[in-house]
Design a protein around this ligand. Structure first.
Ligand code: TEU
Ligand code: CA
Length: 565
């Protein structure tokens, strides 16, 4: 259970290609743009790049709707560009993890174009088709992106299932031909030399027989949350075991499953090294700490979060997976708002709190993920009206609740400012020139207006920047095995300002002290933490190395890490 693995020691950087770097002035990031920035990533020190989808796609959901798994999106370049990218990454000692989106395809995938033609088409059974019930949808399931999860199709008079947008029909994993096609496609990419997969909503593949109606929990809507019929469904483990046996086990790669709504027990089932089906996963509990439970607006009903709740969640995952499974550590990705705006202070203490959050996350057990721009402390954006937004989830929400149901537009716009996915999708801020150096053309989505202050060029020049701090955190992980392999113990369980914990490995301890507030609380070292030597590994304020740590008056958003012996 304590085996050494390269993917436990790695730091992953996620690129959302559309927003990373545009090389040809069409306003859309592309593969050549990524190649231009590989030296930057090498300088940062990351080991692995996870590339959000770059496959052919009509971009209803920015590439998460794939129309050809074995070719590159026109806007992003060609397969030759992709080969060059892989080659250039490997030449720098970096690995490439590709996004695997196989719960659904685009409705423009040739399988679906065939499938919708007739009930006896050989591809019919590649998707989930059902006749209507009493002139309505086959069941009452709600799509993740608002409205019904079913779309009526004229040609055959039946409905198809789409858990996400109506341009993302769900594949029928019961059909062994579908599984074979997917496994062959995965093998094709692995044989081209990739180093792993990030598996999009991989725990939604198996739907309960009969697709029953979901219980009515939301009186505000005709459509209901049906998760119990497709999250960790009955045949999921069979499918994933088959995938492991036929494909994954043949390569030295890393796999990370995106698995909404999993418990720690599920996570151990999925990631244990004896008979698990993936190396690690993304769980979402900490991403729900600021969501009002049971609200009809789901993630858009925001509540202030409490540090003690975050402690309970993170500590449970740290303790319960230790020695039994493996977790990913993340605060941001292309679906989440910016962490410094959400858990820190994106105004006065932006730099301090971005460093504090990085310390807090990177010193835990698990493989850390950095989302593009997080390493320079990029913030949320507040566009003035819905017209500025591009995300299908956000636009569908607006149409559903504001246009159709008459909710207060100001309230919903505020929720979008806080929670919308486009917060993470504004272009990467490279420098202070027009459009932040992202493009010479017109960007597909506006740049965050704060790019003159927050950008890579500035951050690289300033030795006290968030960027240089991340560099150091990444280096520390390489130098101190305790960061990767140590156990975890929470300190000061009830404190609402200070999050402190200890990692233990052999005769060493790592003491991590972080202040999540703009105040100056006093840290008191619990009596059971004893040591004879101490060494400060990193801090976000200047610290006198000889200062006693029995009692520390912390500065706003202060973070310190000590190695104790
Ligand atoms: O996200 C899956 C998922 O669970 C989302 O519903 C997520 O919770 C939501 O975006 C947060 O609001 C994955 C991808 O990461 C996302 O970008 C895709 O849109 C989605 O799958 C469909 O492929
Ligand atoms: Ca481009």
């Amino acid at each position: 259970p304590k085996t050494k693995q390269w993917w436990k020691e790695a730091v992953v950087y996620q690129i959302y290609p559309r927003s990373f770097k545009d090389s040809n002035g069409d306003g859309i990031g592309d593969l050549r743009g990524i190649i231009e920035k590989l030296d930057y990533l090498q300088e940062l020190g990351v080991d692995v790049v996870w590339l959000s989808p770059v496959y052919k796609s009509p971009n209803d959901d920015n590439g998460y709707d794939i129309s050809d798994y074995q070719d590159i999106m026109d806007e992003f370049g060609t397969l030759a560009d992709w080969d060059e990218l892989l080659h250039q990454m490997h030449a720098r000692g970096m690995k490439l993890v590709m996004d695997l989106v196989v719960n659904h395809t685009s409705d423009e995938h040739h399988w679906f174009i065939e499938s919708r033609k007739s009930k006896d088409n050989p591809y019919r059974d590649y998707y989930i088709w059902r006749p209507g019930k009493d002139g309505k949808e086959p069941n009452n399931w709600q799509s993740f992106f608002s409205g019904s999860a079913w779309q009526y199709d004229e040609a055959t008079g039946e409905y198809y299932l789409h858990l996400f947008s109506k341009k993302q029909p769900d594949l029928n994993w019961e059909n062994e031909k579908v599984r074979e096609e997917i496994f062959n496609m995965m093998t094709w990419w692995l044989d081209r030399g990739i180093d792993g997969f990030r598996m999009d909503v991989i725990n939604l593949l198996s739907k309960v027989e009969g697709l029953p109606d979901a219980p009515v929990t939301n009186l505000d809507d005709r459509y209901q949350w049906g998760g119990q019929y497709f999250v960790n469904g009955p045949k999921l483990m069979d499918y994933l075991r088959e995938m492991k046996e036929k494909v994954l086990s043949k390569y030295d790669i890393m796999t990370v499953g995106e698995t909404p709504m999993v418990t720690t027990d599920d996570a151990i089932r999925f990631t244990n090294e004896q008979d698990g089906v993936m190396n690690m996963l993304f769980q979402f509990e900490h991403m729900d700490v600021d969501t009002k439970p049971g609200s009809s607006l789901g993630k858009w009903d925001i509540q202030p979060w409490k540090l003690t709740d975050l402690k309970k969640i993170m500590s449970k995952w740290q303790v319960e997976l230790h020695g039994k499974g493996w977790n990913s550590l993340y605060l941001e990705n292309h679906d989440q708002p910016r962490s410094v705006s959400r858990f820190g202070d994106d105004k006065m203490y932006r730099v301090e709190s971005a460093k504090m959050l990085a310390t807090w996350l990177h010193m835990m057990q698990g493989t850390p993920y950095i989302y593009q721009g997080q390493e320079i402390g990029m913030t949320n954006v507040a566009f003035p009206s819905i017209e500025y937004y591009r995300d299908v989830e956000t636009i569908n929400l607006w149409n559903d609740v504001v246009v159709n149901k008459g909710y207060d537009p100001d309230k919903i716009l505020k929720a979008i400012h806080y929670r919308g996915r486009d917060n993470a999708r504004t272009p990467m801020q490279w420098d202070a020139t027009k459009h932040a150096g992202f493009t010479t053309g017109t960007p597909w989505i506006d740049v965050n207006p704060n790019y003159c202050d927050i950008n890579v060029e500035q951050a690289m020049k300033d030795e006290n920047s968030v960027f240089h701090y991340y560099k150091k955190l990444i280096r520390l992980r390489k130098e101190h095995p305790i960061i990767v392999y140590g156990s975890y113990e929470l300190l000061l369980e009830d404190d609402e300002q200070i999050y402190a914990y200890v990692r233990k490995f052999n005769d060493e301890q790592l003491l991590v002290i972080t202040n999540f507030s703009s105040e100056q609380p006093t840290f008191i070292l619990p009596a059971h933490i004893t040591f004879t030597e101490k060494q400060l590994l990193i801090s976000n304020y200047a610290v006198d190395e000889n200062e006693s740590i029995d009692t520390i008056v912390l500065k706003p958003y202060e973070a310190r890490v000590y190695k104790l012996k």
